[in-house]
Design a protein around this ligand. Structure first.
Ligand SMILES: CC(C)(COP(=O)(O)OP(=O)(O)OC[C@H]1O[C@@H](n2cnc3c(N)ncnc32)[C@H](O)[C@@H]1OP(=O)(O)O)[C@@H](O)C(=O)NCCC(=O)NCCS
Length: 374
């Protein structure tokens, strides 16, 4: 496919839908679509969340779309043909897990703030439904991100009673119009850096004293040491198995060493870097806890907390705080210029939330996930 030729200035009626072109380099003539998707996400996040920290980079979108082994991804674009070339004004992503949840479609729709209320979101939702049905999926799940402002007007709460979201958000409107119901709310939290080194040292000392000699801490950057790869994958699997899912009707996805190596290749291709701290149970040589912080030099101001998990049999020894405090210390050393860290927690996960609050994380919006039959 070649880039569409320029046509008269955009009006509200000129958008059209097309499949995202598949490319393997940003030098490809079709790379305009990837620059466009990244700009679209940045504009939408700035408008909806107050900043564009979480917006993907063009290379990040390309690598994710080319990494299809565990999650198949289809992407549809809404495009306006402007005089200076095609502009991506909306996109829908359909994720289909390959090794789990054969009934489930995961859909995400984003429309540029200046192009909303013209039916683009509805058209992309229709494509998602039709495509998911053709793929044999019978249930759809849709996450709606929201910013830090307190909810206004009508407020929706999932059946568990944990967390809430404004009914007036456009994403909530669209999800409910598609017949989906709110199932779970996750909290996004932010800590401004630096966290006082003496506070981190105190958390480390206290949790290390509580854990005692039974555990030994290991910290690494990419790649995961070969000796830990299987156990590291087992920790990811334990997290997926145990994660609170509220009212969501879905099973845990599959995590194995091959997937970890695939994710590592994707992380490297995106230009991401990370630091992991894990705790080994000395008597058995088993890894029983881990936490990961990830960042990208193209977005120098922030880092993202990824998985944190402590195996059930080893909870209650302050290992969650221990690995987090050590990893924060290492992150400060590796990434001194970073200004904030974001993390995500289910509102139904009080222990993890308590650790983050103690470390200074404050609420910074969240994600409401809806689900319903197709
Ligand atoms: C949600 C979103 C995709 C809608 O895109 P859009 O192109 O404006 O969608 P449409 O024009 O097709 O409108 C969809 C429906 O939502 C309603 N809607 C959209 N924004 C609304 C708002 N601010 N207030 C009230 N209703 C709204 C529309 O009225 C329409 O319903 P209708 O057909 O009964 O009128 C867009 O606002 C967006 O990108 N939001 C941020 C990302 C997000 O939340 N995505 C999750 C979607 S599940």
């Amino acid at each position: 496919m070649t880039a569409p030729s320029a046509v008269p200035a955009p009006t509200t009626s000129t958008w059209r839908l097309m499949d995202a072109p598949r490319i393997s380099s940003l030098d490809d003539p079709e790379a305009w679509a990837y620059q466009g998707m990244a700009q679209l996400h940045a504009a939408a996040e700035l408008a909806d969340l107050g900043n564009a920290d979480a917006a993907p980079t063009p290379v990040g979108i390309m690598v994710a779309l080319n990494n299809q082994s565990y999650v198949r991804k289809l992407r549809r674009l809404a495009v306006v043909d402007a005089p200076d070339g095609p502009q991506v004004v909306g996109n829908a992503v359909l994720n289909l897990q390959v090794r789990s949840n054969p009934e489930l479609a995961i859909g995400l729709i984003v429309v540029h703030p200046e192009h909303r209320r013209q039916g683009i979101g509805t058209a992309l939702a229709e494509w998602l439904r039709t495509t998911a049905r053709a793929e044999g999926r019978t249930s759809v799940l849709a996450p709606v991100d929201f910013g830090a402002e307190p909810p206004e007007g009508e407020v929706l709460t999932p059946e568990s009673g944990n967390g809430h979201v404004s009914a007036g958000l456009p994403g909530v409107h669209l999800a409910r119009k598609q017949g989906l119901d709110l199932q779970i709310v996750e909290r996004r939290s932010r800590v401004d850096l630096p966290v006082a080194p003496e506070a981190v040292a105190r958390f480390e000392a206290e949790s290390s004293a509580a854990a005692g000699d039974a555990y030994r801490v290991h910290t690494w950057t990419a790649p995961t040491p070969e000796e830990w790869i299987e156990q590291y994958a087992a920790l990811e699997q334990a997290l997926a198995d145990d994660e609170p899912r509220g009212g969501l009707d879905m099973e845990a996805d599959v995590w194995d060493a091959e997937r970890i190596r695939g994710e590592e290749a994707a992380i490297a291709a995106k230009g991401d870097q990370y630091v992991v701290t894990a705790a080994e149970h000395v008597a058995t040589g088993q890894l029983v806890a881990m936490t990961m912080l990830q960042w990208n030099d193209l977005k120098p101001d922030h880092s993202d907390q990824q998985a944190t998990v402590v195996l059930k049999a080893h909870r209650g020894h302050r290992l969650g705080m221990l690995v987090k405090a050590v990893n924060l210390r290492e992150h400060a050393r590796l990434r001194p210029g970073s200004r904030r860290i974001y993390t995500w927690n289910n509102e139904e996960n009080p222990h993890m939330l308590a650790i983050n609050v103690a470390l200074g994380f404050v609420p910074a919006g969240g994600c409401a996930t809806f689900q319903g039959a197709l």
